[in-house]
Ligand binder design. Sequence first.
Ligand code: 2AM
Length: 170
Amino acid sequence: MRLFIAIRLSKAMKEALLDLQRALHARGVRGNFTPEENLHLTLAFIGEYPDAEAVSDALAGVSFTPFTLHLAGMGCFGDLWWAGLDRSEALGALARRVRHALAEGGIPYDRKRFSPHITLLRKARGAVPVLAPEPAEMRVEAVSLMRSDRGKHGMLYTELARIPAGPGGF
Ligand code: 2AM
């Protein structure tokens, strides 16, 4: 199983991201645009791991208070283009807590520095203009354990467990 931990996005956030994708497409940008149902914010990438239950057990100890994320800006890693978020202490702290819980549970994950981004498209072709997304925000009320499968028409993401925010967090 290919696993990762993510924040699933609200409808309003997805609408703003779809608008941004449409604006890019209208300006001639082509590539593999992330379909609406796949838009997400990754906190930790585990990769191939056989025991989803061990992962959700490890995450059960993560507690946090709901917080708000604001969409902000665009950027790229090579030909992968993403939408960014306003700097958020709470988001950084949540990613640290998730990663710490995985480490404590003996679950391997990609240790690359957390670089919050929402992938808009991969393998971009054409000159990509850096556009400002429409203002959009969402409350983060939960963290999700996701499974990623290669489908006939692209990646299929399935939520395996949801860890809600709760008291005793920061
Ligand atoms: P990306 O959008 O920048 O490609 C599922 O693959 C999710 O995990 C994607 O959001 C992906 O980020 C992220 N991810 C983080 N590290 C990864 C890695 N080493 N390999 C594949 N996906 C990774």
